[in-house]
Design a protein around this ligand. Structure first.
Ligand code: PLP
Length: 447
Protein backbone atom coordinates (compact mmCIF):
# COMPACT_ATOMS: atom_id res chain seq x y z
CA UNK A 1 0.00 0.00 0.00
CA UNK A 2 2.53 2.53 -1.15
CA UNK A 3 1.81 6.18 -0.53
CA UNK A 4 -0.12 5.57 2.69
CA UNK A 5 1.29 6.18 6.15
CA UNK A 6 2.52 3.48 8.51
CA UNK A 7 -0.42 4.06 10.86
CA UNK A 8 -2.86 3.47 7.98
CA UNK A 9 -1.05 0.43 6.61
CA UNK A 10 -0.85 -1.29 10.01
CA UNK A 11 -4.68 -1.30 9.97
CA UNK A 12 -5.36 -2.00 6.29
CA UNK A 13 -2.43 -3.58 4.44
CA UNK A 14 -3.20 -7.02 3.06
CA UNK A 15 -6.74 -7.04 4.51
CA UNK A 16 -9.44 -8.97 2.70
CA UNK A 17 -13.20 -8.61 2.89
CA UNK A 18 -14.60 -12.11 2.89
CA UNK A 19 -16.78 -12.76 -0.11
CA UNK A 20 -19.57 -14.66 1.63
CA UNK A 21 -20.55 -12.44 4.56
CA UNK A 22 -18.64 -9.23 3.92
CA UNK A 23 -16.98 -9.32 7.36
CA UNK A 24 -14.77 -6.24 7.77
CA UNK A 25 -12.41 -7.92 10.22
CA UNK A 26 -10.21 -10.59 8.60
CA UNK A 27 -11.92 -13.89 9.54
CA UNK A 28 -10.24 -16.89 11.12
CA UNK A 29 -10.15 -19.34 8.22
CA UNK A 30 -10.08 -22.42 10.41
CA UNK A 31 -9.88 -24.93 7.58
CA UNK A 32 -7.17 -27.45 6.76
CA UNK A 33 -7.83 -27.39 3.04
CA UNK A 34 -9.77 -25.82 0.19
CA UNK A 35 -12.22 -27.53 -2.16
CA UNK A 36 -11.13 -28.09 -5.75
CA UNK A 37 -13.60 -27.07 -8.45
CA UNK A 38 -12.74 -30.15 -10.48
CA UNK A 39 -10.14 -32.82 -11.15
CA UNK A 40 -8.21 -30.48 -13.44
CA UNK A 41 -8.41 -27.59 -10.96
CA UNK A 42 -6.73 -29.83 -8.35
CA UNK A 43 -3.94 -30.63 -10.78
CA UNK A 44 -3.41 -26.92 -11.49
CA UNK A 45 -3.37 -25.98 -7.79
CA UNK A 46 -0.83 -28.68 -6.94
CA UNK A 47 1.38 -27.67 -9.84
CA UNK A 48 1.35 -24.09 -8.54
CA UNK A 49 -0.14 -22.90 -11.83
CA UNK A 50 -3.34 -21.71 -10.19
CA UNK A 51 -3.43 -18.72 -7.84
CA UNK A 52 -5.97 -20.62 -5.73
CA UNK A 53 -4.81 -22.39 -2.61
CA UNK A 54 -4.73 -26.07 -1.76
CA UNK A 55 -3.75 -26.62 1.88
CA UNK A 56 -3.30 -24.54 5.03
CA UNK A 57 0.13 -25.88 5.97
CA UNK A 58 1.75 -23.12 3.94
CA UNK A 59 -1.20 -21.17 2.56
CA UNK A 60 -3.93 -20.20 5.03
CA UNK A 61 -5.87 -17.03 4.12
CA UNK A 62 -5.74 -15.51 7.64
CA UNK A 63 -2.01 -16.16 7.82
CA UNK A 64 -1.47 -14.70 4.34
CA UNK A 65 -3.15 -11.43 5.40
CA UNK A 66 -0.80 -11.05 8.37
CA UNK A 67 2.25 -12.03 6.32
CA UNK A 68 1.40 -9.43 3.68
CA UNK A 69 0.73 -6.80 6.32
CA UNK A 70 4.08 -7.34 8.04
CA UNK A 71 5.85 -7.40 4.64
CA UNK A 72 4.16 -4.11 3.74
CA UNK A 73 5.20 -2.46 7.03
CA UNK A 74 8.78 -3.65 6.50
CA UNK A 75 8.85 -2.36 2.90
CA UNK A 76 9.28 -5.88 1.52
CA UNK A 77 7.58 -7.64 -1.38
CA UNK A 78 6.16 -10.72 0.34
CA UNK A 79 6.14 -12.57 3.62
CA UNK A 80 5.55 -15.98 5.15
CA UNK A 81 4.05 -16.62 8.56
CA UNK A 82 5.30 -19.51 10.72
CA UNK A 83 4.66 -20.95 14.17
CA UNK A 84 7.28 -19.03 16.19
CA UNK A 85 10.26 -16.73 15.97
CA UNK A 86 12.54 -19.76 16.31
CA UNK A 87 10.78 -21.41 13.37
CA UNK A 88 11.19 -18.20 11.37
CA UNK A 89 14.96 -18.24 11.93
CA UNK A 90 15.25 -21.96 11.13
CA UNK A 91 13.16 -21.68 7.96
CA UNK A 92 14.78 -18.44 6.78
CA UNK A 93 18.26 -19.98 7.01
CA UNK A 94 17.16 -23.36 5.58
CA UNK A 95 16.02 -21.52 2.47
CA UNK A 96 19.55 -20.10 2.03
CA UNK A 97 22.05 -22.65 3.30
CA UNK A 98 22.74 -26.38 3.43
CA UNK A 99 25.36 -28.66 5.01
CA UNK A 100 28.85 -27.32 4.46
CA UNK A 101 27.73 -23.71 4.08
CA UNK A 102 28.95 -20.82 6.19
CA UNK A 103 26.99 -18.04 7.89
CA UNK A 104 28.41 -14.87 9.41
CA UNK A 105 26.76 -13.35 12.47
CA UNK A 106 27.45 -10.63 14.99
CA UNK A 107 28.62 -11.72 18.43
CA UNK A 108 25.51 -10.21 20.05
CA UNK A 109 22.47 -12.39 19.44
CA UNK A 110 19.34 -13.47 21.26
CA UNK A 111 20.28 -16.58 23.27
CA UNK A 112 17.60 -18.75 21.61
CA UNK A 113 19.25 -18.06 18.27
CA UNK A 114 22.69 -18.83 19.68
CA UNK A 115 21.33 -22.08 21.09
CA UNK A 116 19.96 -23.08 17.67
CA UNK A 117 23.27 -22.15 16.02
CA UNK A 118 25.23 -24.25 18.53
CA UNK A 119 22.69 -27.07 18.42
CA UNK A 120 20.34 -28.02 15.60
CA UNK A 121 21.91 -25.94 12.84
CA UNK A 122 25.44 -27.11 13.61
CA UNK A 123 24.26 -30.73 13.66
CA UNK A 124 22.76 -30.12 10.23
CA UNK A 125 26.23 -29.13 9.02
CA UNK A 126 26.03 -25.33 8.93
CA UNK A 127 29.11 -23.45 10.02
CA UNK A 128 28.73 -20.18 11.93
CA UNK A 129 31.28 -17.47 12.57
CA UNK A 130 30.65 -14.46 14.81
CA UNK A 131 32.26 -11.08 14.25
CA UNK A 132 32.34 -8.34 16.89
CA UNK A 133 29.26 -6.13 16.62
CA UNK A 134 31.56 -3.17 15.97
CA UNK A 135 33.68 -4.86 13.25
CA UNK A 136 34.38 -2.51 10.35
CA UNK A 137 33.26 -2.92 6.74
CA UNK A 138 36.52 -4.41 5.50
CA UNK A 139 36.57 -6.97 8.31
CA UNK A 140 33.11 -8.19 7.27
CA UNK A 141 34.05 -8.32 3.59
CA UNK A 142 37.25 -10.21 4.42
CA UNK A 143 35.29 -12.77 6.44
CA UNK A 144 33.04 -13.68 3.48
CA UNK A 145 33.98 -17.00 1.86
CA UNK A 146 32.74 -18.66 -1.33
CA UNK A 147 30.58 -20.83 0.94
CA UNK A 148 29.03 -17.89 2.85
CA UNK A 149 25.26 -17.85 2.41
CA UNK A 150 24.09 -15.12 4.80
CA UNK A 151 25.12 -12.30 7.09
CA UNK A 152 22.89 -12.50 10.15
CA UNK A 153 22.28 -9.73 12.68
CA UNK A 154 19.72 -8.24 15.06
CA UNK A 155 18.72 -4.59 14.65
CA UNK A 156 18.65 -4.20 18.46
CA UNK A 157 20.37 -7.04 20.29
CA UNK A 158 18.55 -8.76 23.13
CA UNK A 159 19.22 -8.33 26.13
CA UNK A 160 21.86 -5.56 26.28
CA UNK A 161 20.56 -3.34 23.49
CA UNK A 162 23.71 -3.08 21.40
CA UNK A 163 22.94 -1.79 17.91
CA UNK A 164 24.78 -3.04 14.85
CA UNK A 165 25.40 -0.62 11.98
CA UNK A 166 22.84 -2.01 9.52
CA UNK A 167 23.85 0.49 6.83
CA UNK A 168 27.40 -0.87 7.01
CA UNK A 169 26.14 -4.46 6.77
CA UNK A 170 23.97 -3.42 3.80
CA UNK A 171 27.09 -2.17 2.03
CA UNK A 172 28.92 -5.42 2.85
CA UNK A 173 25.99 -7.35 1.34
CA UNK A 174 26.09 -5.22 -1.82
CA UNK A 175 29.87 -5.61 -2.15
CA UNK A 176 29.91 -9.38 -1.62
CA UNK A 177 26.58 -10.60 -3.02
CA UNK A 178 25.75 -12.28 0.29
CA UNK A 179 22.21 -11.56 1.55
CA UNK A 180 21.77 -9.71 4.83
CA UNK A 181 19.24 -11.34 7.17
CA UNK A 182 18.03 -9.20 10.09
CA UNK A 183 16.02 -10.23 13.13
CA UNK A 184 14.00 -7.05 13.67
CA UNK A 185 11.94 -8.33 16.61
CA UNK A 186 13.09 -5.83 19.24
CA UNK A 187 12.96 -2.74 17.00
CA UNK A 188 9.73 -3.61 15.11
CA UNK A 189 9.09 -2.09 11.66
CA UNK A 190 7.75 1.03 13.37
CA UNK A 191 11.22 1.93 14.68
CA UNK A 192 13.49 0.34 12.06
CA UNK A 193 13.06 -1.06 8.55
CA UNK A 194 16.18 -3.09 7.73
CA UNK A 195 15.20 -3.39 4.04
CA UNK A 196 15.88 0.36 3.73
CA UNK A 197 19.46 -0.37 4.80
CA UNK A 198 19.94 -3.23 2.35
CA UNK A 199 18.57 -6.29 4.17
CA UNK A 200 17.36 -9.06 1.86
CA UNK A 201 15.36 -10.86 4.53
CA UNK A 202 13.75 -9.66 7.77
CA UNK A 203 12.70 -11.99 10.58
CA UNK A 204 10.25 -11.46 13.44
CA UNK A 205 9.14 -13.22 16.52
CA UNK A 206 5.54 -11.99 16.26
CA UNK A 207 5.11 -13.25 19.83
CA UNK A 208 6.69 -10.00 20.99
CA UNK A 209 5.68 -6.40 20.09
CA UNK A 210 3.84 -7.21 16.84
CA UNK A 211 1.31 -9.35 18.71
CA UNK A 212 1.97 -7.14 21.69
CA UNK A 213 -0.36 -8.67 24.24
CA UNK A 214 1.58 -11.77 25.23
CA UNK A 215 -1.23 -14.01 24.04
CA UNK A 216 0.23 -15.83 21.03
CA UNK A 217 3.45 -17.35 19.69
CA UNK A 218 4.31 -16.78 16.05
CA UNK A 219 6.99 -15.82 13.58
CA UNK A 220 7.32 -14.08 10.24
CA UNK A 221 9.84 -13.94 7.44
CA UNK A 222 9.79 -10.98 5.04
CA UNK A 223 11.39 -10.96 1.61
CA UNK A 224 12.82 -7.49 1.05
CA UNK A 225 12.70 -7.90 -2.72
CA UNK A 226 15.87 -5.92 -3.34
CA UNK A 227 18.45 -8.69 -3.46
CA UNK A 228 19.74 -9.79 -6.87
CA UNK A 229 19.34 -13.57 -6.72
CA UNK A 230 20.39 -13.91 -10.37
CA UNK A 231 23.75 -12.22 -9.79
CA UNK A 232 24.21 -14.53 -6.78
CA UNK A 233 23.27 -17.70 -8.72
CA UNK A 234 26.48 -19.49 -7.80
CA UNK A 235 25.65 -19.27 -4.08
CA UNK A 236 21.99 -20.20 -4.49
CA UNK A 237 21.69 -22.84 -7.23
CA UNK A 238 18.42 -24.13 -5.73
CA UNK A 239 16.68 -20.92 -6.83
CA UNK A 240 17.92 -21.41 -10.38
CA UNK A 241 17.31 -25.10 -11.03
CA UNK A 242 14.38 -26.01 -13.29
CA UNK A 243 11.37 -27.28 -11.35
CA UNK A 244 9.62 -30.64 -11.87
CA UNK A 245 7.89 -31.18 -15.24
CA UNK A 246 10.03 -28.54 -16.92
CA UNK A 247 8.56 -25.62 -14.92
CA UNK A 248 10.78 -22.52 -14.77
CA UNK A 249 13.10 -21.96 -11.81
CA UNK A 250 12.06 -19.80 -8.85
CA UNK A 251 14.36 -17.00 -10.03
CA UNK A 252 12.85 -17.04 -13.53
CA UNK A 253 9.28 -17.27 -12.38
CA UNK A 254 9.28 -14.98 -9.34
CA UNK A 255 12.22 -12.61 -9.95
CA UNK A 256 12.69 -10.30 -6.97
CA UNK A 257 10.36 -12.47 -4.86
CA UNK A 258 12.17 -15.75 -5.68
CA UNK A 259 13.30 -16.19 -2.08
CA UNK A 260 9.84 -15.96 -0.47
CA UNK A 261 8.31 -18.13 -3.20
CA UNK A 262 10.89 -20.85 -2.50
CA UNK A 263 10.50 -20.41 1.25
CA UNK A 264 6.72 -20.85 1.12
CA UNK A 265 6.35 -23.51 -1.53
CA UNK A 266 9.37 -25.67 -0.66
CA UNK A 267 10.90 -25.06 2.77
CA UNK A 268 7.77 -24.31 4.80
CA UNK A 269 5.73 -26.87 2.87
CA UNK A 270 8.34 -29.55 3.61
CA UNK A 271 8.91 -28.72 7.30
CA UNK A 272 5.37 -27.64 8.19
CA UNK A 273 5.80 -25.06 11.02
CA UNK A 274 2.23 -23.79 10.59
CA UNK A 275 0.86 -21.14 12.91
CA UNK A 276 -2.82 -21.60 13.83
CA UNK A 277 -5.01 -18.96 12.14
CA UNK A 278 -6.70 -18.37 15.52
CA UNK A 279 -3.32 -17.12 16.78
CA UNK A 280 -2.94 -14.97 13.70
CA UNK A 281 -6.33 -13.37 14.35
CA UNK A 282 -4.94 -12.06 17.65
CA UNK A 283 -1.68 -11.07 15.95
CA UNK A 284 -3.60 -8.98 13.41
CA UNK A 285 -5.41 -7.16 16.19
CA UNK A 286 -2.05 -6.47 17.82
CA UNK A 287 -0.49 -5.09 14.64
CA UNK A 288 -3.36 -2.61 14.23
CA UNK A 289 -2.12 -0.66 17.27
CA UNK A 290 1.63 -1.20 16.83
CA UNK A 291 2.60 2.46 16.33
CA UNK A 292 0.55 3.62 19.31
CA UNK A 293 2.00 0.99 21.58
CA UNK A 294 5.57 1.56 20.39
CA UNK A 295 5.38 5.29 21.08
CA UNK A 296 4.25 4.52 24.62
CA UNK A 297 6.72 1.62 25.07
CA UNK A 298 9.63 3.84 24.03
CA UNK A 299 8.59 6.82 26.16
CA UNK A 300 8.14 4.55 29.20
CA UNK A 301 11.47 2.79 28.58
CA UNK A 302 13.39 6.06 28.39
CA UNK A 303 11.73 7.24 31.60
CA UNK A 304 12.55 3.95 33.35
CA UNK A 305 16.18 4.07 32.15
CA UNK A 306 16.48 7.67 33.40
CA UNK A 307 14.87 6.92 36.75
CA UNK A 308 16.96 3.82 37.50
CA UNK A 309 20.24 5.40 36.35
CA UNK A 310 20.77 7.17 39.66
CA UNK A 311 19.48 4.53 42.06
CA UNK A 312 22.30 3.49 44.44
CA UNK A 313 21.50 -0.23 44.00
CA UNK A 314 22.05 0.02 40.23
CA UNK A 315 25.61 -0.14 38.90
CA UNK A 316 24.66 0.38 35.27
CA UNK A 317 21.66 0.81 32.99
CA UNK A 318 21.75 -0.71 29.49
CA UNK A 319 19.62 1.06 26.88
CA UNK A 320 20.54 1.53 23.21
CA UNK A 321 22.63 4.62 22.62
CA UNK A 322 23.90 4.84 26.19
CA UNK A 323 26.87 2.51 25.70
CA UNK A 324 30.26 3.89 24.63
CA UNK A 325 30.44 4.76 20.95
CA UNK A 326 26.83 3.83 20.11
CA UNK A 327 25.04 7.18 20.43
CA UNK A 328 25.60 8.35 16.84
CA UNK A 329 24.63 4.98 15.36
CA UNK A 330 21.45 4.72 17.43
CA UNK A 331 20.40 8.30 16.53
CA UNK A 332 20.99 7.55 12.83
CA UNK A 333 19.35 4.10 12.64
CA UNK A 334 16.60 4.47 15.26
CA UNK A 335 15.46 8.10 15.07
CA UNK A 336 11.99 7.30 16.45
CA UNK A 337 13.24 5.44 19.50
CA UNK A 338 15.35 2.49 20.49
CA UNK A 339 12.79 0.02 21.80
CA UNK A 340 11.63 -0.87 25.26
CA UNK A 341 14.16 -3.28 26.72
CA UNK A 342 16.01 -1.76 29.65
CA UNK A 343 18.53 -4.01 31.38
CA UNK A 344 20.00 -3.12 34.74
CA UNK A 345 23.14 -4.33 36.42
CA UNK A 346 22.58 -4.58 40.16
CA UNK A 347 25.65 -3.74 42.19
CA UNK A 348 24.82 -6.53 44.66
CA UNK A 349 25.00 -9.32 42.05
CA UNK A 350 22.77 -12.39 42.08
CA UNK A 351 21.50 -11.95 45.67
CA UNK A 352 20.42 -8.41 44.87
CA UNK A 353 18.69 -9.66 41.71
CA UNK A 354 16.76 -12.23 43.78
CA UNK A 355 15.65 -9.63 46.32
CA UNK A 356 14.72 -7.18 43.56
CA UNK A 357 12.71 -9.65 41.48
CA UNK A 358 10.95 -11.22 44.47
CA UNK A 359 10.07 -7.73 45.68
CA UNK A 360 8.22 -6.69 42.51
CA UNK A 361 4.45 -6.30 42.89
CA UNK A 362 3.18 -4.90 39.58
CA UNK A 363 5.94 -6.16 37.29
CA UNK A 364 5.81 -9.89 36.44
CA UNK A 365 8.85 -12.19 36.66
CA UNK A 366 8.82 -14.12 33.42
CA UNK A 367 10.64 -14.93 30.21
CA UNK A 368 9.00 -12.83 27.53
CA UNK A 369 9.39 -9.39 26.00
CA UNK A 370 7.23 -6.98 24.04
CA UNK A 371 4.13 -7.39 26.19
CA UNK A 372 1.83 -4.52 27.18
CA UNK A 373 2.70 -5.57 30.74
CA UNK A 374 6.14 -4.82 32.22
CA UNK A 375 8.15 -8.02 32.67
CA UNK A 376 11.52 -8.74 34.28
CA UNK A 377 13.96 -11.65 34.44
CA UNK A 378 17.41 -12.54 35.79
CA UNK A 379 18.89 -13.82 32.54
CA UNK A 380 22.09 -15.28 34.01
CA UNK A 381 20.21 -17.99 35.90
CA UNK A 382 17.51 -18.62 33.27
CA UNK A 383 18.01 -17.70 29.60
CA UNK A 384 21.81 -17.75 29.93
CA UNK A 385 21.81 -20.41 32.65
CA UNK A 386 23.30 -23.15 30.46
CA UNK A 387 26.45 -21.12 29.77
CA UNK A 388 29.56 -21.26 31.91
CA UNK A 389 30.85 -18.19 33.76
CA UNK A 390 33.39 -17.30 31.07
CA UNK A 391 30.80 -17.48 28.29
CA UNK A 392 28.39 -15.30 30.25
CA UNK A 393 31.14 -12.78 30.98
CA UNK A 394 32.06 -12.70 27.29
CA UNK A 395 28.48 -11.77 26.40
CA UNK A 396 28.31 -9.08 29.10
CA UNK A 397 25.84 -11.11 31.17
CA UNK A 398 26.79 -10.20 34.75
CA UNK A 399 25.59 -11.81 37.99
CA UNK A 400 23.42 -8.78 38.72
CA UNK A 401 21.86 -8.36 35.27
CA UNK A 402 18.08 -8.06 35.15
CA UNK A 403 16.28 -7.55 31.83
CA UNK A 404 13.17 -5.41 31.98
CA UNK A 405 10.70 -5.33 29.09
CA UNK A 406 8.93 -2.06 29.77
CA UNK A 407 5.18 -2.16 29.19
CA UNK A 408 2.57 0.48 28.46
CA UNK A 409 1.20 0.95 31.98
CA UNK A 410 1.31 4.42 33.58
CA UNK A 411 5.02 5.06 33.78
CA UNK A 412 4.84 6.44 37.34
CA UNK A 413 3.39 3.12 38.48
CA UNK A 414 6.13 1.13 36.71
CA UNK A 415 8.90 3.30 38.15
CA UNK A 416 7.37 3.21 41.63
CA UNK A 417 7.28 -0.59 41.61
CA UNK A 418 10.85 -0.91 40.33
CA UNK A 419 12.09 1.65 42.87
CA UNK A 420 10.40 0.04 45.87
CA UNK A 421 12.01 -3.30 44.89
CA UNK A 422 15.40 -1.58 44.48
CA UNK A 423 14.94 0.05 47.90
CA UNK A 424 14.34 -3.44 49.29
CA UNK A 425 17.70 -4.46 47.80
CA UNK A 426 19.40 -1.61 49.65
CA UNK A 427 17.61 -2.46 52.90
CA UNK A 428 18.63 -6.12 52.58
CA UNK A 429 22.21 -5.03 51.88
CA UNK A 430 22.17 -2.90 55.04
CA UNK A 431 20.79 -5.80 57.08
CA UNK A 432 23.56 -8.03 55.76
CA UNK A 433 26.17 -5.36 56.44
CA UNK A 434 24.82 -4.87 59.98
CA UNK A 435 24.91 -8.64 60.61
CA UNK A 436 28.44 -8.78 59.24
CA UNK A 437 29.65 -5.93 61.40
CA UNK A 438 27.89 -7.37 64.51
CA UNK A 439 29.62 -10.69 63.79
CA UNK A 440 32.92 -8.89 63.32
CA UNK A 441 32.44 -7.08 66.66
CA UNK A 442 31.65 -10.36 68.41
CA UNK A 443 34.70 -11.83 66.77
CA UNK A 444 36.78 -8.94 68.09
CA UNK A 445 35.39 -9.36 71.63
CA UNK A 446 35.62 -13.17 71.64
CA UNK A 447 38.41 -14.00 69.22
C1 PLP B 1 11.84 -14.20 21.31
C2 PLP B 1 12.78 -13.97 20.22
C3 PLP B 1 12.96 -14.93 19.21
C4 PLP B 1 12.25 -16.25 19.25
O1 PLP B 1 10.88 -16.08 19.07
P1 PLP B 1 9.77 -17.12 19.63
O2 PLP B 1 8.52 -16.56 19.07
O3 PLP B 1 9.85 -17.10 21.11
O4 PLP B 1 10.13 -18.45 19.07
C5 PLP B 1 13.84 -14.65 18.20
N1 PLP B 1 14.53 -13.48 18.17
C6 PLP B 1 14.39 -12.56 19.13
C7 PLP B 1 15.21 -11.31 19.05
C8 PLP B 1 13.52 -12.76 20.19
O5 PLP B 1 13.40 -11.84 21.14
Amino acid sequence: MSGLGFETRQVHAGAIVDAEAGARVTPIYQSAGYVFDSFDDGVERFAGRSARRAYSRNDNPTNVVAARRIADLEGGVDGVLVASGQAAIAMALSALAQAGDHILTTDRLYEGTREMIRGALRRQGLEFEALPIDADEDAWVAAVRPSTRAIYAESIANPLGEVVDLALLGRVSARTGVPLVVDNTVATPYLCRPVEHGAAVVIHSTSKWLGGHGSVIGGAIVDGGGFDWTAAAARFPHLHEPRPHGAPSFAERFGAAAYSAYLRSVVVLEHGPTVPPSSTFLLLHGIETLSLRMERHVANAVAVADALQDHPAVARVHYPGRADGQAERVARLLPDGAGSIVSIDLAGGRDAARTFLDGLRLVSQMTHIGDVRTLAIHTGSTIHGKLDDAERAGLGITEGLVRISVGIELVDDIVADLEQALDAVLAAGERTATRRSAAAQLEAVHP
